[in-house]
Design a protein around this ligand. Structure first.
Ligand code: 9PG
Length: 814
């Protein structure tokens, strides 16, 4: 491995690792260059935004005065590995402030870590709004009226492969439901017109807007952004590695080639001599997927992600019953699931919204649940399921007893009104002030009741963003991110480590380490696109509204989080053919997305009304895959059209691929194997939904995709030996259920094991080179038969399996 290095140069300091070079000049100017491509760089300055009078935020950056290196460590090491580190200090113009920049490069990571701090060296308190580890801009934004003197001030701030504008952006949304995905060249990020949608998805938009108001083609990405050109390296990743104290945003202007990384201190009062630090920022150049991988790993280490969890499976009442749900509905579905447990062994039965009298009044149960919540949890547990419950712990609607009886628990805006969290349930939603000691006490007692008295051990915590709305808090020195974490921490402390917490409607990064799973998408719905009272929704308003297409878009575009940050929840798989506008092809596509990205599998249909064929559709995703397929590009399209997952198994490698047709017309695609990331060569290709075996393919294949339809391919190298091609037990076609596959040439036998954890009938497709033909089959399965396939060398072993079965096939020389 190449060791990173640090040295002084005539204009400042140089840090370098295998991927990039970072120059810091004597006035703290930063210049990052990709070593793989000399035409890719980011030049900027660190800065701080202060507020002197309420109306005027002022951006300050070190001027020409020389910065001094207070520490230079060529042998630095921390949780991310070995590297080098430099600490620079520089005075800021205007009020007496000192800016410190810490730059770290790691030997084994394709990125630099940047953190800035500001110290008040005056005798007066100073209000800090934002800390900018870097902003890269042509214009004079400094408050002192002088253009910052960058040594390279005549060079464009950001260049990717020689292009200084027009790049594509991967934009990340604030919370679970917010738009996440590519903004192709020429498309700008949309700001919804509706107040409610803004409150829910972009409440901090104006903070960045105020400072960078001159950027007229502004895109704001929350926490992290990728910038570049689809499928071409290098791309640039800029992302905050932590959201423990401050929320981060990346502001971009594609026309002017601007970028700013903003860590929101939210008006922190800095007393004389006090210092305040930004969250650490990661800047990397490289291939899109390696960057997101490195980023996820660093976030997980910085924030202590709860790793190693099995993705839960279950049933949730919301997407059919909605708030009309009754105790009877829960029991009916519970019994239906219980009767079918051998074919579909789900774990959780989760009661969603609809049991409480109002949002906020969680222990006041409505008349639709006459037996009470404890009784229902007991019934669920007695049937062998884990009881799950939805609630929105940081939200109260205007009509709730909570909002009326505890007005001082509500988060307030600067004019003293309860902070608006959007409209739902025909009422305004307010957020609770989780820095209020009485709110914490109440949460502590409430969750002890839900878990210890009622008996729910799986909790879907919804509308969590309400705790993180901008507002005035009991403890004014705490930011919105800290307030949300206080709330989540109080819940975690109350329920203990064993209870499964699923975050929903939640700002993503601040929840790492506190939740076990995270909803990463808008709500699914039994319709392809969002509708409002039956009408189509304008494009500016629809990206976070419930729909199957929206849920899939975010689930694909946030696949990189799983399982590094938590278990991803892509929202429910809806498979019913009544009360649903989804076509069979659309349902297959939903199953492909949920199944291939490897997160939770939750159903939400009236189970008694499902036809047999639909039940079996659900079983195809059981158990969930433990890895996540990822888009081939994060920058190409809002809805990625190809996702892949390479699977290494002792008996051979295979690639799983999902292909999607997001258009309204059927299409035929010519797909080259290289577009799946495969090298030149010959491969066996099978498709799941059509159960087609394409035979041995060497360059490209032609596939028909229905409107809104998908294909799931399994691809393996064509070798001159017996090969497991696929199974139809599981969408993974062998990736999950095949435990081993051994060819003993000397013994002339093929042995394999299938472990499904459920009862199923299905078939395994194998390939035998022309040298061999099948002989006797022995198996532990109650029923099995061998059938000759239609392609040369293709055989099917049909079998009924109870949980698992072993197979041995004698081979005869032909
Ligand atoms: C229960 C539901 C389900 C669902 C959650 C959440 O008004 N809105 O914009 C809005 C957005 C999402 C939403 C409800 C309303 O759904 O994601 O799974 O639990 O709450 O009310």
């Amino acid at each position: 491995m190449v060791r990173s290095l640090i040295r002084a140069s005539e204009s400042g300091w140089v840090l370098q690792n295998a991927c990039l070079e970072l120059r810091l000049s004597a006035n703290s100017a930063l210049s990052l260059r990709s070593l793989a491509d000399q035409t890719t760089w980011l030049n900027g300055l660190p800065g701080v935004v202060i507020r002197t009078t309420p109306a005027t935020p002022q951006l300050l950056s070190p001027s020409a005065q020389a910065a001094s290196a207070s520490a230079s460590d060529p042998d630095y090491a921390d949780q991310h590995g070995r590297g080098v580190r430099l600490t620079l200090e520089a005075p800021l113009p205007g009020p007496a402030l000192r800016l410190t920049t810490i730059a770290t490069l790691y030997d084994a990571l394709p990125c630099a870590r940047l953190q800035v701090g500001v110290q008040n060296t005056s005798a007066q308190p100073i209000t800090i709004e934002q800390l900018l580890p870097i902003f890269a801009d042509w214009a004079d934004l400094t408050g002192n009226g002088r253009r910052p003197t960058r040594p390279d001030a005549d060079r464009p701030p950001l260049s990717i492969s020689g292009q200084t504008d027009g790049w594509a952006i991967y934009q990340h949304g604030w919370q679970s439901w917010s738009y996440t995905g590519a903004l192709a060249r020429g498309r700008s990020g949309r700001k919804p017109r509706s107040h409610s949608l803004r409150a829910m998805n972009q409440p901090f938009y104006s903070n960045a807007d105020q400072v960078f108001h001159s950027w007229d083609q502004k895109t704001i990405s929350e926490t992290v952004a990728l910038v570049g050109f689809p499928q071409s390296a290098p791309a640039l990743l800029v992302g905050f590695m932590r959201a423990i104290e401050q929320g981060g945003q990346i502001a971009l202007d594609r026309r002017e080639g601007h970028l700013a990384a903003i860590s929101h201190a939210e008006g922190a009062q800095l007393e004389p001599d006090e210092a305040c630090w930004s969250e650490p920022l990661l800047i990397g150049f490289g291939a899109e997927d390696t960057l997101l991988d490195a980023y996820a790993g660093m976030v997980a280490r910085e924030m202590g992600a709860r790793g190693g969890q099995q993705a839960p499976t279950g049933w949730c009442s919301w997407y059919y019953y909605f708030t009309r749900v009754t105790e009877r509905d829960i029991l009916d579905n519970l019994h239906a699931l219980s009767e079918r447990k051998e074919d579909l062994p789900l774990h959780v039965v989760q009661i969603d919204d609809g049991y409480q009298t109002a949002v906020g009044d969680w222990t006041s149960i409505n008349e639709k649940f006459p037996g009470g919540m404890q009784h229902l949890a007991t019934a669920i547990r007695e049937q062998g399921f884990q009881p799950g419950l939805w609630m929105a712990p940081f939200t109260a609607t205007a009509n709730s007893q909570l909002a009326q009886n505890q007005p001082d628990w509500l988060l307030r805006d600067t004019s003293g009104r309860p902070a608006f969290g959007g409209k739902n349930w025909g009422s305004a939603m307010y957020g609770l002030d989780c820095t209020h000691p009485q709110v914490k006490d109440w949460l502590q007692r409430l969750f002890a009741l839900l878990v210890e008295t009622w008996g729910y051990t799986y909790l879907k915590l919804d509308f969590l963003y309400c705790a993180a709305l901008p507002g005035v808090r009991r403890q004014p020195q705490l930011t919105s991110v800290q307030a949300l974490r206080e709330g989540l921490h109080t819940i975690r402390a109350s329920v203990g480590e064993e209870v499964f917490l699923l975050g929903c409607g939640c700002p993503l990064l601040p929840a790492v380490g506190l939740v076990d799973a995270m909803r990463i998408s808008p709500d699914v719905a039994p319709q392809w696109l969002p509708r409002f009272h039956g009408w189509p929704v304008p494009s500016s308003e629809r990206s976070s509204m419930p729909s199957a297409a929206n849920a899939m878009r975010n689930s694909l575009n946030r696949a990189w989080m799983h399982p590094t940050l938590w278990v991803n929840d892509p929202d429910c798989l809806l498979i019913r053919d009544t009360d649903s506008k989804l076509t069979r092809d659309e349902i297959h596509t939903l199953a492909s997305v949920i199944g291939l990205t490897g997160g939770m599998l939750v159903l939400s249909d009236p189970m008694r009304r499902l036809r047999e064929e639909r039940w079996s559709l659900a079983t195809l995703l059981m158990p969930p895959l433990d890895q996540a397929a990822q888009p081939r590009s994060w920058l190409e399209e809002s809805w990625p059209s190809i996702i892949t997952l390479n699977i290494a198994r002792p008996w051979g490698a295979c690639t799983l691929a999902g292909l999607f047709n997001w258009t309204d017309q059927p299409t035929t695609i010519q797909m080259s194997l290289t577009s799946l990331g495969l090298p030149d060569g010959r491969f066996h290709v099978c498709e799941f939904w059509s159960q087609r075996y394409f035979g041995i393919v060497s360059h490209a294949l032609q596939i028909d995709l229905p409107a809104h339809g998908s294909a799931v391919l399994t691809v393996q190298p064509a070798l001159d030996r017996p090969t497991l091609l696929s199974t139809d037990f599981h969408l993974g076609q062998g990736a999950v259920e095949v435990q081993r596959f051994e060819f003993a040439e000397g013994e002339r036998s093929l042995r394999w094991e299938i472990k499904l954890g459920r009862r199923a009938a299905g078939s395994t497709r194998i390939f035998l080179p022309s040298l061999w033909r099948p002989g006797a089959l022995t198996t532990s399965a109650p029923e099995a038969a061998l059938r000759v396939g239609s392609q040369p060398g293709e055989y099917h072993i049909q079998a009924t399996i109870h949980y698992s079965a072993t197979f041995a096939l004698a081979l005869e020389a032909s």
